[in-house]
Design a protein around this ligand. Structure first.
Ligand code: NI
Length: 386
């Protein structure tokens, strides 16, 4: 029986699990309930479970028929987002202000499904390592697991990850060799001026004027400093200042993100933000503090593992369900740090049309669960023997 047919026999149970996780979303490093459910299920299948890896992470280890074979890692993320859900689904979030709006409930479920299938069939030699990571949404869950000795304690020869992608094509596996998702820096800029009565601006230093001028100037990094043949996004996503109609405030804050694929361009963007901030501080007699945090690395798919993933997806789902040269995206994914340590491949799994990721009306498409589980399981069956 093909993995997809066999997994389809318990797809209802997987859907029920997904919906239960959806109703109880937990933010990064708070996935106590989720991790507990995952760990208990893995143990019930006969998987050896290690809890509390990198905070709330869970690692499951499953030996095949013999220990003679390679060690293949599969990774899913477990965290939700700080969004108020706006669906009327019967299993909508029961936690105010938290929502599985990126489908990590689905990813967790697909990996649980793969683990159950592999534990029941054990049609492989070698070892499967199931990595359930916390805090993918910018809170550093992958790095926390790595710092906790993930690959020293649970060595892997290769590692694979998966992310759902609404608006299909349904069931399509999409990936590419080389860079597939961008690096991300998050920045905070604090402009300290001198507050004053709004009717006497000449006696103060207006941080709002400076912050908005700086925000405009920062766009010149993209249009005038970056090599036009290289990709960069610089988005200012927050601006905070003031509390009254008639007070020039003391300070203003800007925050946002930089996305790049190129190391030098990444460094250039940070340097130019600091230079512009310094220049505007001097020009207006203010103080400007800049903090730039490296949050995500570039996600690079290794050539051999990407080729293997394409072959396996083609065998399982047919060539018309595989996009082997998908366009890279400026979004980021902290699975990148795992692939810096161990060669791997990351793919998108197309699902039915609907609101996009991180939207308050988003709903994970349960019909792709058996597809994702089968893909992950088959990677272990094939790659442990490679
Ligand atoms: Ni996500």
């Amino acid at each position: 029986m093909s993995p997809i047919d066999r997994i389809a026999t318990f797809a209802d149970e997987l859907t029920a699990l997904r919906r239960d996780l959806h109703a109880h979303p937990e933010l990064g490093f708070e996935e106590v309930r989720t991790a507990g459910i995952v760990a208990d299920l893995l143990e019930s299948y006969g998987v050896t479970v290690h809890r509390g890896i990198g905070g709330t992470g869970v690692v499951g280890v499953l030996e095949g028929r013999t220990g003679n074979g390679r060690r293949i890692g599969l990774r899913a993320d477990m965290d939700a987002l700080p969004i108020e859900e706006e669906t009327n689904l019967p299993y909508r979030s029961t936690y105010p202000g938290k929502m599985h709006a990126c489908g990590h409930d689905g990813h967790t479920t697909m990996l649980v499904g793969a683990a159950r299938y592999l534990a029941e069939t054990r049609d492989f030699d070698g070892t499967a390592v199931f990595v359930f990571q916390p805090a993918e949404e910018g809170r550093g869950g992958a790095r926390a697991m790595l710092a906790d000795g993930l690959f020293e304690r649970f060595p892997c020869d290769e590692i694979y990850g998966l992310h759902n992608q609404p608006n299909g094509p349904h069931g399509a596996i999409k990936l590419r060799p080389g860079p597939i998702m961008a690096a991300a820096d998050f920045f905070d800029i604090r402009v300290r001026g001198r507050g004053i009565h709004a009717a006497q601006p000449h006696r103060g230093v207006d941080p709002i004027l400076i912050a908005t001028a700086l925000a405009q100037a920062m766009q010149s990094i993209v249009s005038r400093n970056a090599d036009p043949l290289k990709s960069i996004v610089l988005s200012i996503t927050q601006i905070h200042a003031g509390s009254a109609y008639n007070i020039v405030p003391e300070s203003a804050e800007l925050a946002g993100t930089i996305r790049t694929f190129d190391k030098e361009l990444r460094a250039l963007a940070s340097r130019r933000i600091r230079e512009l901030a310094q220049g505007y501080a001097a020009a207006y007699g203010a103080e400007i503090e800049v903090e730039i945090k490296d949050v995500f690395s570039v996600l690079e798919n290794a050539p051999v593992q990407t080729e293997a993933a394409i072959e396996i997806a083609t065998e399982l789902f047919g060539a018309d369900r595989v996009e082997a040269n998908a366009a890279p995206r400026m979004g980021s994914e902290d699975f990148a740090d795992m692939t810096l340590a161990v060669p791997g491949a990351y793919a998108w799994l197309g699902s039915n049309p609907g609101p996009g990721l991180h939207n308050a009306s988003y709903n994970f498409d349960d019909t792709v669960i058996p597809i994702g589980s089968a893909y992950l399981a088959r990677l272990v069956e094939r790659r442990t023997a490679a």
